[in-house]
Design a protein around this ligand. Structure first.
Ligand code: GRF
Length: 202
């Protein structure tokens, strides 16, 4: 049984998709051991409580990055977390945090990285005029939206789209992609060659 730790700061729709796939056995042999938010008003933390999950608020406001990271890592370790899933967690992790969970931290980003890293990726892609965008689940390193890619899903940009309709279709794919990536990582049948995640035969 693998313990997942979810970190979020807001709405929590990716968290819900993961929770549903854990509950249905689509992500096998796993449980959500803890949900951590750096914001007390995050909708996701409320949802976690309603679902009877272990939900913890660790405020980041006014704290140095490493101080906050130490508190979050302590909560993850207390709950024996094997895999950390950032799901709309609006904080850059310190190198120290990343080193506590080598190749055990995932993030989802609403664009095809390395295009459009950072905030409002869907709006960036829309304004740039790309015809295809999507989402990326990747390992986290100490650089923003940067680690090795695990899963990507493409989404066409339609002439009839605006920022909202495009973001909504990307979000649907995020909900599929994140659980797929978690399954791949928990299964462990891969190696990382340079930046490339490739299947291994073991
Ligand atoms: C998603 O678009 C995700 O890709 C980005 O933050 C957003 C979080 O949405 N990192 P939600 O809180 O999971 O609904």
């Amino acid at each position: 049984m693998k313990n997942l730790g979810i970190l979020l700061s807001g709405r929590g729709s990716n968290f819900i998709a993961i929770a549903e796939n854990v509950a249905s056995g689509n992500i096998p042999d796993s449980r959500i051991a803890v949900v951590v938010s750096n914001r007390a008003d995050a909708q996701g933390i409320e949802t976690a409580r309603q679902r009877g999950l272990n939900a913890v608020v660790i405020p980041s406001k006014g704290k140095a990055r490493e101080e906050h990271d130490r508190e979050v890592v302590a909560a993850l370790k207390e709950n024996k977390v094997d895999l950390v899933c950032l799901a709309g967690y609006m904080r850059l992790l310190s190198l120290w945090f990343v080193q506590q969970f080598p190749q055990r931290i995932l993030n989802i980003h609403p664009s095809l990285l390395p295009s459009f890293p950072g905030l409002e990726a869907q709006e960036q892609a829309f304004a740039y005029g790309v015809k295809v965008t999507g989402c990326t689940v990747h390992f986290v390193d100490e650089e923003l939206d940067h680690g090795a890619i695990i899963v990507q899903k493409t989404v066409p940009v339609l002439d009839s789209d605006d920022e909202e309709t495009l973001a909504a279709r990307i979000l649907e794919q995020e909900h599929v992609a994140y659980s797929e990536a978690i399954r791949i990582v928990l299964e462990g049948k891969f190696e990382i060659v340079g930046r490339r995640l490739v299947g291994s035969k073991r």
